[in-house]
Each structure stands twice: as C-alpha cells, then as structure tokens.
Design a protein around this ligand. Sequence first.
Ligand SMILES: [Zn+2]
Length: 269
Amino acid sequence: MAICRLCKQEKKLINSHFIPAAAYSHLRWDTNLGLQQSVIINQYTNSIAQTDKQVKQPLLCGACEDLFSKKGERIVGQLWATQSGFPLFEILRSKEPAATHPLFEGYSPDSIDKGHLDALVYFAVSIFWRASVWDWQRDKNPYGNGLGARYELEFANFLLSGSKLNNFCLYIELNSDEKTRRMFSFPSCVRREGSWYHSFVILGFRFVMVVGAGESKMKRVCDMFGFNPVVGISDYSSTAVFKGLSEFARIAPRRGKFGRLDLATLAAK
Ligand SMILES: [Zn+2]
C-alpha cells in the first residue's frame, strides 16, 4: 500500500507506464533486417541506443489508472499514427482550414469530434502532469517538475474531477510528414519570450502548452483563432527541433547492437 499520486488515497499502486503501453508497439518498425526495437535518443546523456525498455513506476491506483485510460489513452490510441495510417490526420485533412499560416494550417476545434478533442486535451494534460510528478531518479530529464506546485494541483483536479484549467493554452499539431510520425519524446519545457513552453511528440501528434497568466505568442495565436485548443497541421520534419535532433542523431555516440546499424537508413524505411 502506498499513496496514489493523483487521488492521494492509500491504495495498492499499479506499475504505471509513462507512455501508454500500446504506443510502444508502434515505435518499432519492420525493416529488411526484421522487426526493430525502438531507438532512444537522449540528448542529456549524449547517447543513442536501441531498447525495448519501457518507462514504468508505481504511481497510480487502479481507479486513477482506469480514469487515464478511459478518458484519454484509449481514445487517443485510435487516433494516432501507426504503420497502417493516421486516422485523425485523414479526418482533418478533408476539412477546410480556418486559417493558413506560413508554418501551419489551423483548424476550428469543430472540425474534430468533441469526444476526440476532449480526449486529446485530457491525454496531453495527463502526460504533462505525469512528467511533473514522476520520480526520475538517476535519469536526467528535461522536465523536472516543470509544472510547479500550483499547476500540478490544478492539473490533478482537472484529471480527477474535470475542474476548469485556468491560464491554459494548448496547440495540438498533426504531423503531415509520414517519415517522422513514429516517434515519442518525453515532455520538455523551454522559456521563450517570457513564457514557459511545454511540449512533447507522440505518434504524429505534437502537443505544445503554455500555462500562466503572462502574455505569450501562443496566447496571441489562440486569441487570433478564437479557439483553445488550436488544432493544426504542420510538417514536423521542417521544424528547428527536429533538425537539431537529426543532427544530434548523426554525431552522437551509439550503444549496444545499435552501434552496428545505420540510423539514416532505418529512418528512411
Ligand atoms: Zn488514485
């Protein structure tokens, strides 16, 4: 028995996955070398390795784990990119964008089924919250407890009881580039123009969030569109973040049997 991090009750805890177990199978890919394990690129420990290791720890009780699954993961798991397609991208692409920007096309949240949109918001909030309360132990990570005490509590209340999120702005981006969809990144937090930008990618989606009362470019985008969350389509492979990652992957030391494989060849499959 231990204290569940979400409901704070003393219960038997589940060994919770950081990202849904269902996501891992889509991070592997078939190549002419057979089914490959996923590749972990860690810019903090300066390494690249092939691994099937899943990030888990006792965090939630069964009831809270169920809540995460029912309100977020299970639904998002039907929308993200797999080897056979990217269902939500196909739906969105068939709709007319509400606004076009040089870097992305923005869509009205009405373009997406309300249940799907609510699940995407819930899922994103649950991943940011998890990253913030996670005990990273010796693993270096770019997030720390990135939400801070106030928003950690607000997010927990939203996840538990659906209470309103204040000063919260979310951008949900769908990647139009097929080759760079099958990735996951742990949440990171960077300060830009006086605001903290929290983000992560998972199987074709990129979630970018700003919390706090201050002005931010992201808030201006939400105000400009008149939507929150803003949903958009963009080419992730052309972002500065991805270009930086590719360059890192090209020069970083490799570990284990991955040392014998060529990342550029595999990524092109
Ligand atoms: Zn609980």
